[in-house]
Design a binder for this molecule. Sequence first.
Ligand code: ATR
Length: 275
Amino acid sequence: MAMAKALAGIIGWPVSHSLSPRLHNYWLSHHKIEGEYVRLAVEPKDLPAAIRDLKAKGLRGANLTIPHKEAAMSLLDEIDEEARIIGAVNTIVVEKDGRLRGTNTDAYGFMANIAPHLPRPRNKAVVLGAGGAARAVCHGLRKCGFGEIVVLNRTQPRAGELSAWFGGALRVEPWLERDRALEGADLLVNTTSLGMTGKEALSINVKMLPAHALVTDIVYAPLETPLLKDAKAFGYAAVDGLGMLLHQAVPAFEAWFGIRPDVTDELRHYVLEGG
Ligand code: ATR
């Protein structure tokens, strides 16, 4: 009897731009797994049905992207600690008994991407932005020991809400003070959409950072944002956002298909060719 094809997919609206199919299908083929990772274009009103139908359609799980990550929280049988702390689900696993488990691999992906480049000391981090991505980033930073996390957001009350989410553990400073906030910081993270293709560049004086600081952007289109270009020009270590996308996919692939895949240069190039 032929084995059923191993399936997983990404649920989003829109979902056509996602690089995840290219990424997971590369690993499936690399590991000679008879399977496919598909795009599932699902409008918000249809999300409950789409999640309910995962098992019936033979999927082992799914990723969630815009705008479903938070809405999925109330639609699953179990939410693990990572997803609870971040307040969003980016990965659903259909367990052997059919239960649907929600997890979130974004904080892991963010940290795994910068881990080889993290400076010493690592006390103070400056995070720009206060959306869902910032929540995952701040969780990752707290987990790996950054004791002083400063958040700045154009709409300051949102930064306040982000800090409150973590029990007031983050320091909020005004968006207009972002140059000064860089003093003494070991890490700068941009989680805003500034610098993305078609958007204005982030305006900030990176030279205010100490020489050992690392600069990273979660934007990956373009790969080298004006912020990263600036940082490199002034001699700072800089890490692009594509690696976060690649690394967040590792635990998801492992949960669905039973093999922990590697993030390699060849994978990076392959995914970029499809972008
Ligand atoms: P995500 O979930 O990916 O973080 P989001 O919730 O839309 O997406 O957040 C986008 C971030 O980019 C927000 O921090 C947003 O700031 P506001 O909260 O003030 O909207 C930030 N952002 C977007 N455009 C910006 C701009 N022109 N200047 C400054 N910040 C901007």
